[in-house]
Design a protein around this ligand. Structure first.
Ligand SMILES: *Cc1c(COP(=O)(O)O)cnc(C)c1O
Length: 400
């Protein structure tokens, strides 16, 4: 399983020709990304708007590769806003995230973002005070999730006490504020909710349905129009099975049923991880192999300060070994012989583990062999603590 990472020939060939001092490196297969994103788009009803959550991977080449497929981009900071504007000029932007500063709100107003996801009453007031033009607003709501759904997710942004969004009990106060003169430039379009990350298609649909129902009920209760619902991202990515994919076909069919029940509804999703995780690879080489108290360790060039994903989530990052037969030294080559091996990085901390006690690859693992970690296209380089130990930064290779 761990070795079946479906490495593309583009990636394999490129890693093979890289010089040793060009490792570690990040490689992105942009044609695979475009193909996958197009398949995702095709599985969704035409009316559903697909936004890409830029924080999953804001690499300019990735943003650009997605531009023909996505409706727009979701950004969560002033920095992302400025960066995405430059990378994909003219693309519609939705600006979300808790704790927006006054400067960021001004940037959103002046930078022409299409939608702003408001996370509190204070933020609503800040926006109202700075809105020099009409601003289209979604209120981000922290709706309750049932215990079963909450239990199943690796990351919950809602459904329980969190810093995200507005408590449903405060929504009436927000609507009252929006109806007043203070907010005359704000146009409430609908509701946004991003409640959990790691839901499969059936669970996503249950959550989406609940958000839509809640929104419609709110609209009826207040006799207002709420035409838009953004049901967030969080589509599951299974790092234990690189061949598995979120069931976009079932998800698309379910969204179509929601749309059938609510004609005219503008339904939006904003996945990040599930779009880009599969297109990225972190390639490196084995520096040393050693046995320690009965267990075997391969020490790799680089580590979790470049690819924090396995440390952050507590999983084994799937990988493929690309054997290198040349061995330049006159002494014996360190090589793994045990059934299980731990892949560690160069950091001076026991937490620097990329894969723990995983089955040794059939091809073996020797110093000098190359290792390509799969599923490194989302929340990988950009969430890592690069400066720790001051190793050279990995190169970035955008392959099309
Ligand atoms: C992070 C985030 C997303 C994307 O989540 P994924 O798990 O990467 O799909 C979408 N919306 C909001 C508000 C987010 O914070």
């Amino acid at each position: 399983m761990i070795t079946s990472t479906m490495i593309t020939s583009t990636i394999r060939d490129h890693i093979t020709v890289l010089h040793s001092d060009e490792l570690p490196a990040y490689l992105y297969d942009l044609s695979a990304l475009r193909k996958y994103a197009a398949a995702v788009r095709a599985a969704l009803p035409a009316e559903v708007e697909l936004y890409y959550a830029a924080k999953a991977n804001p690499e300019s080449g990735i943003l650009a590769a997605l531009s023909t497929v996505v409706t727009g981009y979701e950004v969560s900071s002033g920095g992302e806003l400025t960066h995405v504007r430059k990378a994909v000029p003219g693309a519609p932007l939705a600006f979300g995230g808790p704790g927006k500063t006054s400067d960021e709100i001004t940037l959103a107003v002046e930078g022409g973002v299409e939608r702003i996801h408001v996370e509190s009453e204070h933020e609503l007031r800040l926006l109202a005070a700075r809105a020099t033009r009409p601003m289209d607003v979604l209120l981000r709501v922290n709706l309750p999730l049932d215990a079963g759904t909450l239990h199943a997710v690796p990351l919950a942004m809602g459904g329980r006490p969190t810093p995200f969004g507005i408590d449903p009990a405060r929504i009436d106060a927000c609507l009252a504020l929006l109806a007043g003169p203070e907010c005359r430039r704000l146009r409430l379009r609908g509701i946004h909710a991003h409640l959990a990350s790691g839901l499969d298609a059936a669970a996503q649909l249950t959550v989406a349905q609940r958000i839509v129902d809640w929104t419609m009920h709110l609209a009826r209760r207040h006799r207002i129009r709420l035409d838009e619902v953004n049901v967030g991202g969080g589509m599951a990515v299974d790092y234990a099975d690189p061949a598995a994919r979120f069931d976009w076909t079932a998800f698309g069919a379910g969204l179509a049923r929601i749309l059938d029940r609510h004609p005219g509804l503008r339904l939006r999703i904003e996945p990040g991880r599930a779009l880009t995780a599969y297109c990225g690879w972190y390639a490196t080489e084995v520096l040393d192999v050693k046995r320690s108290h009965g267990e075997e360790f391969a020490i790799l060039r680089g580590g979790t300060h470049h690819l924090r994903t396995p440390a952050a989530r507590g999983h084994d990052q799937p990988f493929t070994v690309l054997p290198v037969d040349a061995w330049p030294h006159p002494w014996p080559r360190p090589a793994a012989t045990a059934d299980a091996i731990t892949l560690a990085g160069q950091l001076c901390t026991p937490k620097d583990i990329l894969a723990r006690r995983v089955p040794a690859p059939a091809s073996g693992l020797r110093a000098g062999d190359r290792v390509a970690f799969a599923m490194a296209g989302a929340y990988a380089w950009n969430i890592s603590h690069h400066s720790f130990l001051m190793h050279p930064r990995p190169g970035t290779h955008l392959l099309s």
